[in-house]
Design a protein around this ligand. Structure first.
Ligand SMILES: Cc1cc2nc3c(=O)[nH]c(=O)nc-3n(C[C@H](O)[C@H](O)[C@H](O)COP(=O)(O)OP(=O)(O)OC[C@H]3O[C@@H](n4cnc5c(N)ncnc54)[C@H](O)[C@@H]3O)c2cc1C
Length: 347
């Protein structure tokens, strides 16, 4: 059977798009090469605060509630709890850090996201100056989201192919629509390689410890995310030079050093993961249609914030794709048209 709509890539972008198509009663086929590393490596955190500058995450008032409702709805359909509900605790470095936090708490725009906590600092975690609490829906179990969603759609008769889809398919089948949700692999797609995508390589460790007993997330220069069964995910590194999703000796050493600044108890490393975040030069998602190849679409550029961004922008993409509404200029790939004209235009 020939389907009109094809999703290429089964990461956060492809899977959220699939659900949004499904909610609009649209049929689709999924092609995925099976080499997912970004969504499968992610901690799945949704942090409304950018700790580095103590600012709010972009568009957070719209994106957070939308994402929470979306994952809860999908979780109900899958009969599983996809969101952990864990809060994030931010250890203060010094009194000034705490003062800055208090100042933000007095700002209406921050009120619902941050507060002080009287909670005792977690045992074996070095928190000498107290900590702030960030309210969030916790983290998304990204692997469960991908696997259970795929299972759900397969049972509903959706075709999944495990193959790398070549861009030329858009010319072979002009009657079909191809939505490229390829994550960082888009840099190898001649149709969209003109877009300014940056490889943001990241590594995490999974550790096991008998002596760490907290259930929420601690995050400063490093996050420690409890996974259950004495296990914790620890991350992450940022490396703009490393172009392949391989683990590195340097990445591991960096994580170990930062971890040992934060905790003072024995642990063992169980595994080491790496992935590449699809980050755009201007840190905004990439949505739209190819300037010349009118059946080639893109939904990408989720960067470091895929969990929060993906549900809302998948829906926004469909407003454009199905209902012919205008895309927000900030996320529309038309903002890079000059780069396209300077490149060797394909198609
Ligand atoms: C270490 C690390 C930690 C992170 N932590 C968080 C976090 O806590 N919170 C958060 O929100 N985000 C986090 N992220 C970012 C998050 O992972 C990304 O924003 C998001 O997963 C990107 O999803 P995607 O679908 O665009 O890409 P991907 O997950 O990379 O999926 C793309 C898929 O497309 C497939 N594909 C590509 N090209 C083709 C083709 N031509 N044919 C067929 N298949 C193809 C690939 O195999 C892959 O499965 C983290 C990332 C890393 C690396």
């Amino acid at each position: 059977m020939f389907e009109k709509n094809h999703i290429i890539g089964w990461g956060l972008a492809g899977a959220t798009l699939a659900w949004q198509l499904h909610f609009r009663n649209q049929k689709f086929v999924v092609h995925d090469s099976g080499h997912n590393h970004s969504t499968r490596t992610a901690a799945g955190l949704a942090n409304p605060i950018v700790f580095k500058r103590l600012t709010r995450s972009w568009n957070v008032d719209v994106l957070m509630p939308y994402a929470q409702t979306f994952y809860e709805k999908v979780g109900e359909l899958l009969n599983v709890r996809l969101l952990s509900g864990k809060n994030i605790y931010y250890p203060f470095t010094n009194a000034e850090d705490e003062n800055n936090w208090s100042a933000k708490m007095g700002d209406d725009r921050f009120k619902k996201y941050i507060e002080h906590t009287t909670l005792k600092p977690f045992e074996h975690v070095h928190i000498p100056h107290g900590m702030g609490k960030v309210n969030t829906f916790g983290n998304l179990d990204t692997n469960a989201f991908l696997d259970l969603s795929k299972n759900y759609f397969q049972q509903a008769g959706v075709l999944f192919t495990e193959e790398k889809t070549n861009w030329t398919i858009t010319q072979q089948h002009p009657e079909a629509n191809y939505i490229f949700c390829e994550g960082i692999d888009v840099i190898h797609n001649p149709l969209f390689s003109y877009l300014p995508m940056k490889t943001s390589h990241g590594e995490t460790l999974t550790i096991e410890s008998d002596e760490l007993h907290f259930n929420d997330v601690v995050s400063k220069n490093l996050f420690i995310l409890p996974l259950g069964n004495k296990r914790f995910k620890v991350g992450a590194t940022y490396n703009w030079e490393q172009k392949e999703p391989f683990t590195t000796v340097e990445g591991k050493a960096d994580l170990v050093e930062r971890l040992e600044h934060l905790i003072d108890c024995p642990y063992k490393i169980v595994s080491h993961q790496a992935g590449i975040r699809p980050t755009v030069a201007d840190r905004r998602p990439l949505l739209g249609v190819h300037p010349n190849q009118k059946n080639a679409f893109i939904y990408n550029g989720l960067g470091t914030k895929g969990v929060m961004l993906a549900p809302y922008y998948a829906n926004h993409f469909l407003d454009f794709f199905l209902d012919k509404k205008t895309l927000d200029a900030e996320v529309n790939i038309q903002r890079f048209n000059k780069r396209f004209l300077k490149s060797t235009p394909l198609a």
